[in-house]
Structure formats: structure tokens, C-alpha cells
Design a protein around this ligand. Structure first.
Ligand code: ADP
Ligand code: ASP
Ligand code: MG
Length: 428
């Protein structure tokens, strides 16, 4: 039988008992006759704890050393899982990302996988071993340095391994039963999706639904890897991320349509910067965004106000990951004299709420219903951006939960009976 790639997140590996439970699940697949390759995350909140520790030692730790530190979390898991498997009478070989052939670019903290050369993995499989790979990490082809893939990156390790090994399936084991219409921690009445398209899942992930790492979905779509998101705490069927979310063979006269809305996502990881008093001249915006690009910062929403006629000055606001806030402010301060803007404002008390659904393309009135729901809940909208299948708004950080629930209800996504169980994790 074929190769099964599995990924276990930190919440599934919180302590020794959890690790033994995961080992039993892995061995069951091996017993069923499959070859098994497993990507593991760091135990529980280890990565956050290591980050806190680093920040306690230095306010701005060097990116290279940060990656050396954080990759230790996944190394601990991989060895412990391999030990637990060996205790069950099976042999496992653990490998770091580098040993497993996960080759990345050289950007510390958010490296991209550029190749996977799984020679050692296929050799270990050939020798009958179960393979455990430390997730979230790789090695740069250029610098030979150890890199990390960004928070949540073990999902991407797993999907990349599944693609390279031409696995039958990539199973993502986590602490909820699949992908829901909203984060079950905020909306207990959220519904599990049996299937979701790569296209919608990409938007959900990009808008903060951390159930899957964005790059894992991009990778899965590019290489056609079937991704099955499910709980390591139950035996229930989870959510399949696939090309076409509709049933493959609709019966005659089947009028079943794709649902209009796939779900509501939220994100509390962004900040907003406003560049106040930018001279309204050709090239000024380009200069500002060039400085941010040079600092390797990915922007999300961008809004430029109409310039005041009297002054010919305009304001430019944009959102970006909070973790890049300091770097962006420094990069912009450096070009103040050159651009001639007035001042910079920084706001990290914001949140983003997004409504996502492929059916939006053909259904008018979605925006007005969304904004109406926010208004009824007393939520003020700060910024707006849209794509073909998504509408996002920036709101006050404290209004995020209300906004998500009101939107979820307005689009009739609530389940009749509560099915959203959160089995573990701290949601950190
Ligand atoms: P893991 O440790 O397994 O990687 P994560 O914490 O990264 O787990 O991701 C799982 C969490 O994602 C869930 O516990 C849930 O709170 C959150 N989540 C956010 N949006 C969704 C969604 N739409 N469906 C399911 N879970 C979601
Ligand atoms: N341990 C890393 C994190 O917490 C990677 C992962 O869990 O996927 O972000
Ligand atoms: Mg995760």
C-alpha cells in the first residue's frame, strides 16, 4: 500500500501521555500496511515559551539565533515520538528538517521551501522504519543555515513531504475535528465543512484561520496533494481540502449548489501604520513601499486617502504583521526627510474579520448583508478590502469576537446542534 504522511500539531503532543497516544495512532497505520512519514510540531506551547525566553534575553534577537533556538522545539518532539514508537515494538527514525532534505531559501523566520530531496526518508522507509521529521524547519541551499518556515509551518513541512513522496494523502492532525465555518473557540455553533476547495482554504488561511498554514495550502494545490484535516483526539472523518468541493458525481436532477459562504475568519496578528501628510506627487507612494519591500515586509491592506485640496497632502495607511511593526517603522523613519511626510502613526489594537466564499462571485448583496450585520452588532469598520471571493474589514481588536459571531449568524452558518468540540490546546 502507499505512503501516508501525517502531521501532529503541538496540541496533540502536549505531554508524555499525548505522545504515547500519537505513537499508537501512527503504529496503527503501519499495521494496516502503509508506509508512514510523520511531521511533528513542538510540544504544546513550546515555541511561544522559547520566544518569550529569547525576548527575555534580548529585545531584538538575531534572526539566525532565533531559528537555532526555535527548531529545538521540534527536535524534542521528533525524538520523543520515535522513542514512544520503539516502545510499541516498531522502529522509527527521526530526522531534522535538514536531514530530511527540506531545502529552503535563506530568509530566517519565514523561509520558503524550494525543494525536498527525501533520500534519507525513502531509504529509511525501504528499511522498514517509520519516519518522523521535525516540522517547521529546513536548511538554506545558499547559506547552509538552519531556517524556520513561519508560525504554523509544520503543516507546510507535511504537505511538501507528501508531494515529494507522492503520498496517497496528507493527514493534518489537530485539536478540532476539521475546518469549521469559523474558529470553534469563538463560535461554538460553527459547522464542520466536509470539503473545502483549495481556493477558499487559501483565503481562509490567508485571513487568519490558523487551522492550516497558508503555504501548505498553496503547496497542496500546486502539487495536487489531497489534504485531510482531522482531530487526533477522535476517530471522526475531518475536512478534505480538494479541487472541487462539489460531490464528484452529482445524481440526476441534483440541484445541490456549492454553498455561497465557506466561512468567517479572523486575525489578531496585524497592525496598522499611517503615514500622515504625504506630498501628493508622482513617485511618493512608490518610495514608501520600496522602503518596506527592501525590509522584506509583506503588506496586507493599503488605503490612500484623497488629498486635501488646500494642502495637497494625503495619508497612506496599510496593515502588516505585528511582528514586522518595529522594522517597518524604522525603515519609514529613515526616508522621512526624502519623502517629506509629516509623521507616522502605529496602531496594533486592531483585528481583521473576513467573509469567504466562492459563491460570492455570482451572488449580489453579500457586502450589504455583511456590513449590516456589523452595524447591528455595533461594530465600526476601519478599513475594507475585497477579492473575488472575500470581503475583509479592519475593526477594533475588542470587537473581533462580536463581529465574527454576528456575521456567522447573519449568513445562517450556525449549526442546529453544537458539533464544534475543542479537544485541547490553549489557543495561544
Ligand atoms: P496545531 O497545534 O494542531 O497546529 P493550531 O492551533 O495551529 O493547531 O490550529 C488549530 C486551531 O485553529 C483550532 O484549535 C482553532 O482554534 C483554530 N481555528 C481558527 N479558525 C478555524 C477554523 N475555521 N476551523 C477550525 N479551527 C480553526
Ligand atoms: N511549532 C511551530 C509553531 O508553533 C510550528 C508549528 O506548530 O507548526 O508555530
Ligand atoms: Mg498549526
Amino acid at each position: 500500500m502507499g505512503i501516508v504522511v501525517q502531521k501532529y500539531g503541538g496540541s496533540s503532543l502536549a505531554d508524555a501521555d499525548a505522545i504515547k497516544r500519537v505513537a499508537r495512532r501512527i503504529v496503527d497505520i503501519k499495521k494496516a500496511g502503509h508506509d508512514v512519514v510523520v511531521a511533528v510540531s513542538a510540544m504544546g506551547d513550546t515555541t511561544d515559551d522559547l520566544l518569550d525566553l529569547a525576548n527575555g534575553v534580548s529585545p531584538l534577537p538575531p534572526a539566525r539565533e532565533m531559528d537555532m533556538l526555535l527548531t529545538a522545539g521540534e527536535r524534542i518532539s521528533m525524538a520523543l515520538v520515535a522513542m514512544a514508537i520503539s516502545d510499541l515494538g516498531y522502529t522509527a527514525r527521526s530526522f531534522t528538517g535538514s536531514q530530511a532534505g527540506v531545502i529552503t531559501d535563506s530568509v530566517h523566520g519565514k523561509a520558503k521551501i524550494i525543494d525536498v530531496t527525501p533520500g534519507r526518508i525513502t531509504q529509511a522507509i525501504g528499511e522498514g522504519h517509520i519516519v518522523i521529521v521535525a516540522g517547521f524547519q529546513g536548511v538554506s541551499a545558499d547559506t547552509k543555515e538552519i531556517t524556520t518556515l513561519g508560525r504554523g509551518g509544520t503543516d507546510t513541512t507535511a504537505v511538501a513531504l507528501a508531494a515529494a513522496l507522492e503520498a496517497d494523502v496528507c493527514e493534518i492532525y489537530t485539536d478540532v475535528d476539521g475546518v469549521f465555518t469559523a474558529d470553534p473557540r469563538i463560535v461554538p455553533s460553527a459547522r464542520k465543512l466536509d470539503r473545502v476547495s483549495y481556493e477558499e482554504m487559501l483565503e481562509l488561511a490567508a485571513c487568519g484561520a490558523k487551522i492550516l498554514h497558508l503555504r501548505s495550502v498553496e503547496y497542496g494545490r500546486r502539487y495536487g496533494v489531497p489534504i485531510h484535516v482531522r482531530s487526533s483526539f477522535s476517530q471522526l472523518e475531518g475536512t478534505w481540502v480538494v479541487n472541487d468541493p462539489k460531490p464528484s458525481a452529482p445524481s440526476q436532477g441534483d440541484t445541490m449548489e456549492q454553498p455561497i459562504i465557506a466561512g468567517v475568519a479572523h486575525d489578531r496578528s496585524e497592525a496598522k501604520i499611517t503615514v500622515v501628510g504625504v506630498p501628493d506627487k508622482v513617485g511618493e507612494a512608490a518610495r514608501i513601499f520600496e522602503a518596506l519591500a527592501d525590509a522584506q515586509i509583506n503588506l496586507d491592506m493599503i488605503v490612500q486617502n484623497v488629498s486635501a485640496a488646500a494642502t495637497s497632502l494625503t495619508d497612506i495607511s496599510f496593515t502588516l504583521p505585528r511582528t514586522d511593526g518595529q522594522t517597518a517603522m524604522t525603515a519609514l523613519a529613515r526616508i522621512q526627510a526624502e519623502v517629506g511626510y509629516d509623521k507616522l502613526l502605529y496602531d496594533d489594537k486592531i483585528g481583521k474579520v473576513s467573509l469567504i466564499g466562492a459563491g460570492m462571485r455570482s451572488h449580489p448583496g453579500i457586502t450589504s448583508k455583511f456590513f449590516g450585520a456589523l452595524a447591528s452588532a455595533g461594530v465600526n469598520i476601519g478599513m475594507i478590502s475585497t477579492s473575488e471571493i472575500r470581503i475583509s474589514v479592519i475593526v477594533d481588536e475588542n470587537a473581533v469576537d462580536d463581529a465574527v459571531r454576528a456575521t456567522h449568524t447573519a449568513f445562517e452558518l450556525d449549526a442546529d446542534e453544537v458539533e464544534a468540540v475543542v479537544y485541547g490546546g490553549t489557543g495561544r
